[in-house]
Design a protein around this ligand. Structure first.
Ligand code: ARG
Ligand code: ASP
Length: 710
């Protein structure tokens, strides 16, 4: 039973440290509230998280599963990032109404644009259910017996809570399976686009400035939540009315100073603070450099093609941004991890951990060997994990025809089944519409060049026995055949063939060189890599659970926080700049003058609209200025990660002062290791947001809806 009890030791430690590391679980507010107060917070714990009365939590929502948004009026008005609303803005854009280029501002609620594909998620309650999930487990059980009981408990607990309707309960593991929390949430599905600045504001600086400080991006967009007549969640319906929230954030235009308290409340996606040294070394020295290399090669093909041709530029802009976003982050992470000797720090902690484990016999049996075991496992199983990473890069981010061709696998190989089930028409329809979407943004010369570059790399990197048989000698020929002869690669012929006779098309597809190639890549992964990877990952999961259990048990004085897992978290710190390198110092804010300084009409990342230039010249910044300056962005020491985009940056009194959207390049390492001296999140200043809405967008009625604090 003792071992089980050890699993229950949660992160209960009274905080004495001043580190701003950590993404804290809001329902455990009592553990970190007093530390927040030492930073200057003026709110009670109840005002931040409560299930009895309204609190800040009720104004913070997950935006479409991946980003965060916040409610800023009693009529359900919400703010998130431009890059989080990008898809919705693009979907509503056409050549006549190019909202990406020109921006969009609804003059009234009638003009707001329905986005039925969007949803936002409210958190009703976060409940620690660790004890209930582990109920019935004993020491003498095997791992699989334990897992069975855990799954059964989780199902029963979820079932007891799920009563149908829009509210759902889901249990998720935290701290590598040492803790479990139930998330009770509610989705709203009638979301409408209210406003967006032009990309020349919302994406100003583009990829050049992405992950970089000093920053001048007005990365925001405006939406509204609608509900039915009873203020309940409902599908999109013209008759729905603006949602009345339990809480909306007041918006502060008051001056800000260095050192002011800040808190970011949102939905960080994932972090990996507990990787052991062997794993981190593998990431730093092997996995990430290979993935960066793969992306270097594809970007080197895409970028010149985009520069040479306007259509290609439009077709590839979003794909290029996606590839480049992680690519640039990874480069920053590796640089930071090396510069700060993250590995050396890990190894030092591992020595400390083992010395601690040696202090007591029971610790020694449980924990002394776990680090060694993990490092050994990485050496043995790393080749499968590496092949898996490379497969993901190649199949999902590499030459696009590979993944696309594989869409035809079902029709080619299960024609009879589809016909018998009566789903054939639907499948054909799916493929016809997939094809339209795919070819709209596809250039075969570009893809062929990417294929040539990346296939060679894929073969060079991956262990030959984990690749399709003979690929090394045949891939070039296969490529030529694919780009010359494949039916899939000829959209008109493919569409006509499907139209005429799906049966004959299915037969032809069976021999199609593109589908054959894609299948060989996919099946090599399934048959040669995946089983090895699963075995490795299962062992690793178990060992990591033990390793972290040891940390929680043996170092109760340390402030442990559970890695991000897309659930609601709070992180706090203060407004501050940083000095990441010798002789170099970043200020904590940027101003509109910096936008003008970067302005360059010959570079698409730094173009401005003439309206913006006119407004700048007119200097009509009104109440939004501080000491004659209009702040655009600021940095603070809040520990954030992907998913925190769109999160509210909140001051000591619970007012909104900015919208989080990025980190500086030197900070990106914080997904593995946080360094207080250099890790800073980047927010767009709320006063710039208001100025753009009010003056640029001429939508002062939106500002009037908000509760503005001077
Ligand atoms: N770096 C920001 C975050 O990961 C994304 C910013 C979007 N802008 C861009 N130029 N790609 O996701
Ligand atoms: N830009 C990220 C996001 O989209 C935020 C970050 O990684 O700091 O969530």
């Amino acid at each position: 039973m003792k071992k089980v009890l050890a699993l229950f030791i949660t992160i209960i430690t009274i905080s004495t440290s001043f580190a701003t590391e950590g993404m804290w679980i809001p329902s455990l507010i009592d553990m970190f509230h007093s530390d927040m107060k030492t930073y200057g917070l003026n709110l009670s714990a109840e005002q931040i998280y409560s299930t009895n009365s309204s609190s800040l939590k009720d104004a913070v929502i997950q935006f479409n599963g991946g980003c965060t948004a916040e409610i800023v009026s009693d009529q359900g008005l919400i703010l998130t990032n431009h890059h989080c609303g990008f898809d919705a803005i693009q979907k509503h854009s056409s050549l006549e109404n190019d909202y990406l280029k020109n921006g969009f501002w609804a003059g009234s609620k009638q003009e707001e644009l329905a986005c039925p594909w969007l949803r936002v998620t409210f958190v009703k309650e976060i409940r620690d259910v660790t004890k209930d999930v582990f109920k019935g487990i004993s020491d003498d059980m095997s791992d699989s017996e334990k897992n069975k009981i855990i799954s059964k408990n989780i199902k029963a607990l979820e079932k007891a809570e799920n009563k149908g309707g829009s509210i759902t309960a889901k249990i998720k593991p935290f701290s590598l399976g040492n803790e479990y929390f139930m998330l009770i949430t509610e989705d709203f599905n009638d979301i409408r686009l209210v406003g967006a600045p032009p990309s020349a504001i919302g994406k100003y600086g583009g990829d050049t400035d992405n992950w970089v400080w000093p920053r001048h991006t007005g990365d925001f967009s405006v939406f509204r939540i609608y509900a039915n007549g009873e203020n309940k969640s409902a599908k999109h319906n013209e008759a729905n009315v603006p949602f009345k929230p339990a809480h909306s954030l007041p918006v502060s235009v008051a001056p800000k100073q260095k050192g002011d308290f800040t808190m970011v409340y949102g939905f960080p996606g994932s972090t990996d603070q507990h990787y052991v040294s062997g794993k981190l070394a593998w990431i730093i020295n092997k996995e990430r450099p290979a993935r960066i290399d793969m992306r270097n090669h594809s970007l080197n093909v895409i970028k010149p093609a985009m520069n040479a041709d306007d259509l290609t530029r439009i077709q590839y802009s979003s794909k290029q941004a996606r590839i480049a976003n992680a690519w640039k982050k990874w480069i920053g992470q590796l640089k930071g991890l090396r510069e700060l000797d993250a590995l050396g720090k890990k190894r030092k902690f591992e020595e400390e951990y083992m010395a601690k484990a040696a202090e007591r016999t029971e610790w020694k049996t449980k924990y002394y060997n776990v680090i060694g075991d993990l490092n050994k496992l990485q050496e043995e199983g790393g080749k499968y994990e590496f092949a898996r990473s490379m497969f993901i890069e190649y199949f999902y981010v590499g030459p696009e025809f590979v993944k696309y061709s594989f869409e035809y696998y079902k029709l080619a190989n299960s024609y009879e089944k589809l016909e018998a089930e009566g789903t054939l028409d639907k499948e054909v329809e799916r493929l016809q519409s997939k094809s339209k979407g795919f070819y709209k943004n596809y250039n075969r010369e570009v893809d062929h060049a990417i294929f040539n570059e990346l296939t060679q790399l894929y073969i060079d990197y991956v262990d030959p026995e984990l690749l399709p048989l003979g690929i090394k000698d045949t891939w070039q020929k296969q490529g030529d055949l694919i780009f010359e002869k494949s039916l899939i690669m000829n959209p008109e012929k493919m569409a006509a063939a499907l139209e005429k006779s799906p049966k004959k098309a299915a037969k032809k597809l069976k021999k199609d060189p593109a589908l054959k190639y894609a299948t060989s890549i996919y099946m090599a992964f399934v048959n040669k890599v995946n089983a090895g990877y699963r075995a490795f990952a299962d062992k690793e999961e178990k060992l990591m659970q033990t390793y972290v259990a040891g940390m929680l048990e043996m170092f109760p004085e340390k402030n442990f926080w559970a890695d991000a897992n897309s659930t609601m978290r709070i992180t706090y710190g203060k407004i501050e700049g940083s000095a990441p390198y010798d002789g170099m110092k970043y200020t904590h804010y940027t101003t509109i003058d910096g936008i003008m300084r970067k302005h360059d009409e010959s570079n698409p990342d730094f173009k401005l609209t003439s309206r913006f230039e006119e407004l700048y010249e007119a200097k009509d910044f009104g109440n939004y200025m501080q000491d004659n300056e209009l702040w655009v962005c600021f940095t603070a020491s809040n520990h954030t990660t992907g998913g925190n985009s769109g999160s509210p940056v909140i001051d000591a009194d619970g007012n909104l002062i900015g919208i989080n959207f990025d980190r500086s390049w030197e900070s990106t390492m914080s997904d593995f290791q946080f360094d207080e001296r250099r890790c800073r999140n980047i927010a767009v200043d709320i006063r710039y947001v208001l100025w753009v809405i009010d003056k640029y967008g001429q939508a002062p009625h939106l500002v009037e809806e908000m509760n503005i604090i001077k």
